[in-house]
Design a protein around this ligand. Structure first.
Ligand SMILES: Cc1cc2nc3c(=O)[nH]c(=O)nc-3n(C[C@H](O)[C@H](O)[C@H](O)COP(=O)(O)O)c2cc1C
Length: 326
């Protein structure tokens, strides 16, 4: 079956990228509904009070709306991050907004938080059957100015809190205008302080759900350390390292680069963060994992858990099998 899925994955690469992503996901759903499930060896890991059956997860953006939770879980991953979701549904940027760079096993995307809105995602979280941990990445609507952004993040937090295992605050997408400004120290404080306060209030009704912050790989050492200092100051529970990079020369001009060329910069950011934050601080790595070697490099560089996105697009479910099978 994995071989068949690999052939289908390669064939899909001849179809425009965004359409092929949807076809692949609906194809996986059909296979899942026929009873297909991959059983892989367990490697139990506890992080932030959550039990993970293994350290490999699906990164945010692949299932933005929670439409594919159970079928992705059936592939054997240890966790899935949904979203990024915003309070209101939005179309995102104009198409084409997703480009393949096949020679370097990379993607450039300028999706712009296209999603069906937080209420849709909540309905999907309620329906899910899988018991694997599910994180939800939250963001702001395109029209919301940065001064009011905290309200969007809090709106999403309140709605998904009961149903999510962890929450990821996404301030690092390059495709929502000025979002990365939040990586600056005082702006970050203004955003995460009210979100943290609301998390603590929600804890009283629904228990403690950890908050992670997802950062970009385009900060220098001092910027990464400043962000880490703010994380500690406000008792943010974990870091996701990293989103896509804007350092590329793709003819589309803008957007974020992911895949193989991102491995170096995202791992460097991970190493800086790990050194600053110490051994115990929870860190999820994301960026450029295309093989088991890349996965092990992330673990050796200080990652507690590792996510894949572009590698999954290029290699299909076989990548999960390659990484997790001993
Ligand atoms: C098409 C596409 C959409 C993405 N959407 C999101 C998103 O909504 N939220 C987010 O935090 N990251 C998003 N990402 C970034 C991924 O979660 C991941 O961090 C990044 O692609 C690096 O990992 P990779 O090299 O394994 O792809 C997106 C990436 C791609 C390629």
């Amino acid at each position: 079956m994995l071989l068949l899925l690999k052939i289908i994955t390669k064939t899909l690469h001849f179809i425009p990228p965004e359409m092929s992503h949807y076809l692949a996901l609906y194809g996986l759903k059909a296979v899942y509904l026929c009873g297909f499930k991959i059983d892989l060896p367990e490697e139990i890991k506890y992080l932030s009070g959550i039990q993970f059956n293994n350290k490999l997860g699906i990164a945010a953006g692949l299932d933005k709306n929670g439409d594919f939770i159970d079928c992705l879980a059936s592939l054997g991953v240890g966790f899935i991050e949904l979203g990024t979701v915003t309070p209101l549904s939005q179309n995102g940027n104009k198409k084409p907004r997703l480009f393949r760079i096949r020679a370097s096993k990379a993607l450039v995307n300028k999706m712009g938080f296209n999603n069906k809105g937080v209420d849709h995602l909540v309905s999907k979280l309620r329906e899910r059957k899988t018991k694997i941990p599910v994180g939800v990445s939250i963001g702001k609507n395109f029209e919301t100015p940065n001064e009011l952004a905290h309200k969007d993040y809090i709106c999403c937090l309140e709605k998904i809190y009961e149903f999510a295992d962890y929450i990821a605050i996404n301030i690092s997408s390059p495709n929502t205008k000025d979002l990365r400004d939040f990586e600056a120290e005082n702006k970050l404080e203004n955003l995460i302080k009210p979100v943290k306060e609301r998390q603590l209030e929600l804890t009283k009704d629904f228990g403690y759900k950890p908050l992670f912050l997802k950062i970009s790989p385009d900060n220098d050492r001092k910027d990464v350390e400043d962000i880490c200092r703010t994380l500690l100051k406000f008792s943010i529970d974990g870091l996701i390292c990293s989103n896509t990079t804007v350092n590329h020369n793709h003819p589309s001009g803008s957007g974020g680069l992911s895949g193989k060329p991102l491995l170096g910069p995202s791992t460097e950011t991970l190493r800086i963060a790990r050194k600053f934050l110490g051994d115990e601080f929870p860190i999820i790595a994301s960026g450029g994992v295309m093989s088991k070697e890349d996965y092990l490099q992330k673990i050796d560089s200080g990652a507690d858990l590792v996510q894949i996105y572009t590698g999954f697009i290029y290699e299909g479910p076989k990548l999960i099998n390659d990484i997790l099978n001993k």
